[in-house]
Structure formats: C-alpha cells, structure tokens
Design a protein around this ligand. Structure first.
Ligand SMILES: [Zn+2]
Length: 425
C-alpha cells in the first residue's frame, strides 16, 4: 500500500497536550491567546516592516490578499458538538464504539456483499447525520472569516457542516463528503437524499425497521450517549450498527446514467449494467454502474486536485490554526507539517493530545511547570495574553498557541473579544 492511500488513523497513545502559553489552561486565557494569534501581523508583514519593503520576497507576500490571515485545518473534534462521534476520544482510542471497523475502499469496490452491508447500515444512520447541524464552533469560524481573519478552511470532516455554515469561505473537503454519491464507472454524482429515497423503495422491510427506530425515539436525539442507551449506535461516517440484521437481503440502486448509457470500463471494453425489475444493481454487472459515497474511504487515495487545492490554501495563508484534529490521519499531518516547514506560526485547538505535537512547538520558550500562584499574582490583566511565554525566537515559533479545549467552548469567545477590541478602536 503506497503512502498516498488514506489509512486508518494512528491509534497509539497520544502525548499529554502541551499548553502554550501557560495562561491558556483557563478558558479566559485560551480565548486571549487565540485572539492574539489570529489578530497579530503575520510573519510577512513583520519581515516587510523590518526591511521597509526593500525585500522583494517579503513585499510580494505582503501584497497577498491573505496577508495576516489564518487558514484552518479542522477535524472530527469540531463536529462532536453537533452530535457526531469523534473517532478518537481524548485518550486516543476509539471510545465511541470499540468494535467499530470502517469499510476499506477495495472491499467496497470488489464485494457486492460488503456494499449491501455498508448501505444497509448507512440507510439507518443517514437520517441522524442528515438532521445534524453545524454548531457554535462552525459559526464562530464563519464570523472570524467575516472579521477578515480567516482565509480558508481545509477539513477532514465529511459532514458538510462547513459548507452549511459558511458557503462563500473557500473550503476544501479533504476526505470528500457524504451529501453525494459518485459512480465508480462514469463519475457522475447523485444526491444522497435521492439515493436514500431509492433505498427505502427497494427495501420496504428495512424502511419499516427504520420507522420502528424512529418510533422508539432512538433517532430523536443527536447525543450519542442517549442514543446508545436506546440501543442505537452511529459512527462518525453515518454508519449504524444493527446487530443481527439480515444485510444479505439489502438492495441498492445502480447508477442511472450508466443504465442509460453503458459506461466504458477501465480496460476499454463497454460495461453493461444489469438490474432486477425494481432497478436494483445485480452482480452480473461486473464492475459497471456501482455508486459509492463521495468520501475517501480507507485504502483509497485523495485525488491530486483536492490535495493541490488544500496545499494552495495553506500556502496562501500566513498562519495555521488546527481545530478539533489530533492529526492522526497522515493527510492532515502532512498539511500541518507543510505549514511548519514554511515557517508559518501554528496554533492548535484540540481537546486532548495531538500526534507528535512537540514537533510543532520545538524551541517555544515556556516554563517546564505551570506556577498558578505566580501567574495569578503577576500575570497580565483580563483580556491580555501574556507576553513572556508565547514567543520564542525566530518566525517558526513566534506566536505559537496550544489549547486543549473544545472548539465550541473557545471560538465564540474569540469572536466576541475581536469584536470588542474592534469596537474600541
Ligand atoms: Zn455511472
């Protein structure tokens, strides 16, 4: 398996989170530190101020429409407040559902049985995901963009919440999205709601089962804890667990485009889609006309165009803020490392540890232990970030921030503080 394929996230133990600056152990301190990070000049402007514009390179970045702006890299931790489970808990294990094992791309492509199982579970899980909404964290990101501080978002999430919360802010969905399906033969897309209605038509018994679940109230709550109490489990990709359900009877539709126009298969020969009298895909089709959720599955590679778009968003910004990601997925880790190599100031807001996080804060001056008493006595006033701990030497560490809290508890406060300081000016 090559390095470019999406792999199961790193599941080993994570280091305890660093806290930078030390005052960021409190919500107040965290909000102040992140506000400073987002509002202070980027390294390009600092450079150009030093060189008074004589440095051609610095000047060209200075002219960038994204000068001083921050690109966000977001992960599952941002969506937990919307009722979606995080793959990892704060302890770095699959806490929501220990037996959870996601489907691999090669299984989905090769096996009709695997697809039946996948779609049966997804059929039941979809409604919960479909009803979920962006939370205060997403809306705060929209507000920070409107305040001119954010240039773009790269997200690992497939829930489309960013799109719903801020349609115009440039956003790259690194791992795709569940709102549509894509045909593996002709690449045409189908809306997930349309597909869901077809699944209901093709599987009346499962539809009844879904109605029973609805009546039981298991789907009334977005809270995974309460759902589990009612015997229903969902995973972050909208996949549901129904022990003992007869997956083998499940039917799913073929790609309607390929049904009308037989696709050309990778080998060059013409494919032929075979369906039953209700339009359900049959194995006689071979590889033709198979619809897949438009997400990057484990073992599948991210399209080059998506990778390039994500890299460009990083390269065009001056700072990187990681939100709700432990960077356990290589595609996310790579982007954060890219920002580090470009000497961009980096802030990480994630509840719990982050994979190899010490790499991002190497050389940041900070005390070995946090002395609460002296900080309280001699620390800066309310709303003011400390000036002694957060700044190291050189651009790579200057302004680094590391907060271990939930995004929705912190980002709305940052918006408020930025608005307050703008109102005073
Ligand atoms: Zn097709």
């Amino acid at each position: 398996m090559s390095k470019s394929l999406l792999r199961i996230p790193y599941t080993g133990p994570l280091p305890p989170p660093l806290i930078i600056p030390p005052s960021a152990t409190t919500r107040h301190g965290a909000i102040a530190a992140l506000t400073k990070f987002l509002t202070e000049p980027g390294p390009a402007r600092r450079l150009s101020e030093v060189h008074e514009g004589s440095n051609g390179h610095a000047k060209s970045i200075h002219d960038n429409k994204n000068k001083d702006k921050t690109v966000l890299l977001t992960g599952a931790g941002l969506s937990t407040a919307s009722g979606l489970a995080d793959y990892r808990g704060t302890n770095g294990t699959y806490t929501q559902n220990k037996s959870y094992r996601p489907i691999y791309f090669h299984e989905f492509v090769a096996s009709h049985e695997s697809r039946k199982r996948y779609w049966a579970r997804s059929f039941l899980g979809w409604r919960g995901l479909h009803r979920s909404q962006p939370n205060a964290g997403h809306h705060a990101i929209r507000d920070l963009w409107r305040l001119g501080l954010v240039s773009g978002v790269v997200t690992q999430n497939v829930d489309s919440f960013h799109r719903m919360a801020h349609t115009s802010l440039p956003t790259v969905e690194l791992h795709g999205y569940l709102r549509k399906l894509v045909c593996l033969s002709c690449r045409s897309e189908m809306d997930r709601d349309t597909f869901q209605a077809r699944l209901a038509e093709l599987n009346p018994a499962w539809y009844e089962f879904l109605q029973d679940l609805l009546r039981s109230g298991a789907l009334d709550t977005e809270n995974p804890e309460e759902r589990r109490k009612k015997g229903f489990k969902t995973n972050p990709d909208g996949d549901a667990d129904v022990p003992g359900a007869p997956y083998t009877t499940f039917r799913y539709p073929a790609c309607p485009t390929c049904l009308k126009r037989p696709p050309v298969l990778p080998g060059g020969e013409k494919g032929h889609v075979v369906v039953d009298r209700d339009g359900a895909w049959l194995p006689e089709s071979g590889p033709a006309g198979v619809l897949k959720p438009n997400v990057i599955m484990f073992g599948e590679s991210i399209p080059q165009a998506t990778k390039t778009a994500a890299e460009e968003l990083v390269d065009e910004a001056e700072k990187l803020l990681v939100v709700g990601s432990s960077l356990a997925t290589y595609s996310a880790w790579r982007l954060a490392k890219r920002a580090l190599d470009r000497k961009m100031p980096i802030a990480i807001l994630n509840l719990g540890g982050v994979r190899k996080e010490e790499v991002f804060f190497e050389g940041v001056e900070r005390p070995q232990t946090f002395d609460v008493a002296s900080s309280a006595a001699g620390g800066p006033g309310p709303g003011l970030p400390p000036t002694t701990n957060s700044v190291g030497t050189g651009l790579s560490t200057n302004g680094s921030v590391r907060v271990s809290m939930a995004a929705e508890d912190v980002l709305p406060g940052v918006v408020e503080l930025v608005r307050g300081s703008k109102a005073k000016v």
